[in-house]
Design a protein around this ligand. Structure first.
Ligand SMILES: Nc1ncnc2c1ncn2[C@@H]1O[C@H](COP(=O)(O)OP(=O)(O)O)[C@@H](O)[C@H]1O
Ligand SMILES: [Mg+2]
Length: 360
């Protein structure tokens, strides 16, 4: 019912341009896996290779353990969903859903029964006899998913399916998609440039830049322990400080900067490479007295109320902007603009990271 997908050292070249660069990933049966990255990083190219619309230049793709080289899209157990749904406007919803079954010679009563079952699955019972024009954007999206599921694929490939919807609906559909995936147990490979979507829905995320998979991990790990500056910056906000790392001990290293000596975590892979210090605004604390470590004197330049938190921008003596976030839990004192404070952060909450891995 669901299949795993392996990419083994897969490259895809368009002429002299390498769109996917040595991608290796092992997606488990029944997993909700997302590829996350900016536009042009190679996400759609990966999906098109899995679905069989293009062949890799090199490397192997396996679906359910089988090398799929040379298999045409309709010979693969995959279904593809895009942003443009291409539903048939002159057919009722149930016929839209059952279209693929008709092509396979399933009789009308069985098609109708399957369509109704799938409409219940995507939470649209009673929509069978409606026309496409009577549905909202989110409902049409569900019909497209039901139609893709009708032919019982082992793998669903979703290419930015929510990007045409408005924000509220998009957030609602995240939970819906996740629930549908869990109910069916089908492997979902989801593509998005929206970090919120990827983190909220996925079992694991592969973060991509310039054709390279930078990190594969569960959402918490991606956010809390990004492997490089690209992942840290693409997923969430950071204060980024330039400097030079000293020797490491116990996973921490000193870091020489224009703001003075700082200290942060460093991973074995980053040792000996040029690094920058990354610390998230929510881990940057503002105090009147200097904190015990990593305390930088700053002046408050901007305070904005964001609802759940208060965003504070500060400037160091060297003119560098450091952002802090204060939780709006009633206990926080909101600093005044012009206040002279210390921005500090624990060494454990800051990381010395190299830049992204780029095309070799
Ligand atoms: N058929 C093609 N011919 C030439 N270049 C292509 C083709 N398809 C994609 N590309 C290029 O490959 C890169 C990756 O594209 P794509 O996989 O669509 O990125 P994403 O989906 O992450 O936005 C882009 O620079 C794009 O212009
Ligand atoms: Mg794309």
């Amino acid at each position: 019912m669901s299949a795993g997908i392996q990419l083994d050292d897969v490259c895809c070249d368009f002429g002299s341009f390498r769109a996917v660069d040595h991608a290796t990933v092992d997606i488990k049966p029944g997993e909700f896996f997302s590829f996350l990255g900016p536009s042009g990083c190679g996400k759609t190219t990966i999906l098109r290779m899995i679905s069989g619309f293009i062949e890799p230049t090199s490397g192997v793709i396996r679906i359910g353990g089988q090398d799929v080289k040379g298999k045409r899209p309709n010979q693969r157990p995959t279904a593809l969903i895009f942003q443009n749904l291409a539903l048939f406007p002159l057919m009722p919803i149930w016929e839209n859903i059952a279209f693929g079954l008709e092509m396979r010679g399933v009789d009308k009563a069985a098609r109708r029964a399957k369509a109704e079952e799938l409409l219940r699955l995507v939470d649209l019972p009673g929509a069978a006899d409606k026309m496409v024009s009577q549905l909202s954007g989110g409902q049409k999206q569900r019909v497209a998913i039901a139609r893709a599921l009708a032919v019982e694929p082992s793998v669903m490939l979703l290419d930015e399916p929510l990007s045409a919807l408005d924000l509220k609906l998009r957030q609602h559909m995240r939970a819906e998609l996740r629930a549908i995936q869990k109910r069916t147990g089908v492997t979902f490979i989801y593509i998005t440039h929206d970090q919120g979507e990827a983190l909220a829905m996925s079992d694991r995320v592969g973060v991509m830049s310039q054709g390279r998979i930078q990190q594969i991990a569960d959402p918490r790990e991606i956010y809390n322990n990004p492997v490089n500056g690209f992942v840290a910056s693409f997923v969430g906000e950071n204060n980024i400080i330039d400097g030079t790392a000293g020797p490491a001990a116990g996973g921490l290293a000193g870091f020489d900067t224009a703001l003075g000596g700082l200290r942060a975590r460093i991973s074995p892979e980053a040792l000996g490479r040029p690094v920058k210090l990354y610390v998230r605004p929510e881990h940057t604390i503002l105090t009147e007295a200097p904190g015990p470590e990593n305390a930088v004197p700053v002046t408050v330049t901007e305070v904005s109320f964001e609802g759940a938190f208060i965003s504070v921008l500060t400037q160091t003596e060297t003119g560098k902007v450091l952002a802090a976030e204060i939780r709006n839990d009633g206990s926080a004192t909101v600093p005044a603009i012009g206040a002279k404070l210390y921005a500090s952060f624990s060494a454990e909450r800051a990381a010395l990271l190299p830049d992204a891995t780029v095309r070799g």
